[in-house]
Write a protein that binds this ligand. Structure first.
Ligand code: ARG
Length: 479
């Protein structure tokens, strides 16, 4: 298979079968779908199965890597033609997409740390911290336990890392993926405490009434009958496949109606998210301003060593993505210290505020420095002539004028920060964007919800901009 995000596979196209089917997958779920670290291509049981189906139908496919919670919205908008991603067939999902016949039997498991609480059933999760992947059946199961503190991550490996780092007591996810992660990955000290909380079947999803479904089902049937499915199963799981039903039992249950958009719930969740976003912004800006002022001051001193240190700091935090900084602080640091046998865990809020303010400080340092340096030579000389000390000169003469000049840049920085706080979602922070994502994961109303999220951000940024304008007016010198 060729490398990259899009990879064409399959036999020569048949009549009318020229354009490849775009097949979405979230390649963070070994052994089903993952990026092969040596080749960079997407590999796994699911990937090989869909390639077999492609060969069987004579229709080429293109794999498209997407986040798991984005797959159903992508099918609804027909951005992709199918999705294979260990997607459990549920009655709720079957309202939004069509499923093929089951191609894999799985179930949920609770994973715990060897040295953590032994949680063997869903009820026992009450009062404990549970990490899950957003939009999965594991997340759904965990959210039904009253009193469990559930945190959603973008991928299952991140949820497992959270557990390994001691920031969660359990992960709820699919048994085969968990077994593989514990056996193959470098996650030490994890074990399955409760297995098969539920019986699940995976299906290939397509948009409602898609013409692909009969072809996929026919191909699956052939592969099961001619033994190729069993061979593939043995290759990956070293066992004979269990018999599969033709229809997932979940679909024979009465279909629960697709949760509609409850405006009350939407408003409540968005406000909750907005409050957290605001808290993150204000805290990080305050610390960032403090740090930035310190850095700008040091840059004014005649000490080359201190100046050099500040420059390295600024270059590092401006030159690396904030996302990487967040991961480094929240997931990287505890993992590194654990490997050195130093117990350390960092609180989510502390990690998010730390990463955001370290970053903001670097930007503000430059803004403030340019403000200070823009003050005319005459002002400095006048202050000196008045006999002011360097600190007094800064406090009474330079800073008041510099602040007035950099206020528009500070406003920019603040508005950027409001939006950048959405990155904290990756460490499981339920700020505004994540609140939206969580609602999409259960209602599949991506457009409506993300528009609402965007509007709330807009209200916040516009209000900030008005407030800064007023401040500017207030600080303006009388003409
Ligand atoms: N089977 C579970 C579900 O449907 C988890 C699937 C996760 N798949 C993935 N590629 N991340 O919700």
């Amino acid at each position: 298979m060729c490398t990259g995000l899009l990879a064409g596979v399959g036999a020569a196209p048949q009549d009318g079968a020229g354009t490849p089917w775009k097949v979405g997958t979230d390649p963070t779920f070994p052994p089903f779908e993952f990026r092969d670290s040596s080749t960079g291509t997407i590999s796994g049981f699911d990937v090989q199965l869909i390639k077999e189906i492609s060969r069987e139908t004579g229709h080429p496919i293109e794999l498209v890597a997407l986040p798991f919670d984005g797959l159903i919205p992508a099918l609804q908008s027909r951005t992709i033609d199918a999705a294979i991603s260990s997607i459990t067939i549920t009655a709720q999902r079957a309202r939004a997409v069509d499923f093929s016949r089951p191609y894999f039997q799985a179930g949920q498991a609770i994973v715990v740390r060897d040295n953590g609480p032994n949680l063997t059933s869903l009820d026992q999760l009450k009062g404990h911290r549970v990490a899950v992947q957003i939009g999965t059946t594991g997340a759904l199961e965990a959210s039904t336990v009253a009193g469990a503190q559930v945190t959603n991550f973008d991928s299952t490996p991140l949820a497992l890392q959270e557990l390994a780092n001691g920031n969660a007591d359990a992960v709820v996810s699919d048994v085969p993926a968990i077994l593989y992660a514990i056996q193959q990955a470098r996650l030490k000290g994890l074990r399955i405490a409760g297995e098969h909380l539920s019986l699940e079947y995976y299906g290939i999803a397509t948009p409602i009434n898609s013409a692909l479904q009969p072809a996929i089902n026919q191909a699956l049937k052939t592969l099961i009958q001619n033994g190729r499915y069993a061979a593939l199963y043995r290759e990956w799981f070293d066992a004979a496949p269990p018999p599969l039903p033709e229809v997932a039992p979940a679909l024979s249950q009465a279909k629960s109606p697709l949760a509609g958009l409850d405006l009350g719930v939407l408003t409540r969740n968005l406000l909750k998210g907005a409050a957290i976003t605001l808290l993150l912004t204000v805290l990080s800006f305050a610390f960032g301003l403090l740090g930035g002022t310190g850095l700008a001051m040091v840059l004014q001193t005649p000490w080359p060593l201190a100046q050099g240190f500040c420059r390295i700091y600024i270059d590092f935090f401006r030159g690396t993505p904030m996302l990487v900084q967040l991961f480094l602080i929240y997931f990287g640091l505890p993992a590194l210290l654990a490997s050195l046998d130093i117990g350390f865990s960092i609180d989510r809020l502390a990690a998010a505020v730390a990463a955001l303010s370290l970053n903001v400080a670097a930007y503000l340092a430059e803004t403030l420095r340019s403000g200070i340096e823009s003050i005319e030579q005459g002002q400095w000389e006048a202050a000196d002539a008045l006999g002011l000390s360097p600190l007094e000169r800064m406090r009474f003469v330079i800073a008041p004028q510099a602040i007035r000049r950099v206020l528009p840049s500070l406003a920019n920085e603040f508005i950027t920060l409001i939006k950048d706080t959405s990155l904290a979602a990756v460490i499981g922070f339920e700020e505004l964007f994540r609140q939206g994502q969580l609602m999409v994961a259960t209602t599949y109303l991506a457009f409506e919800i993300y528009i609402a999220v965007a509007l709330v951000y807009l209200v916040m940024t516009t209000s900030a901009s008005i407030l800064f304008k007023q401040l500017e007016r207030r600080l303006r010198l009388p003409a």
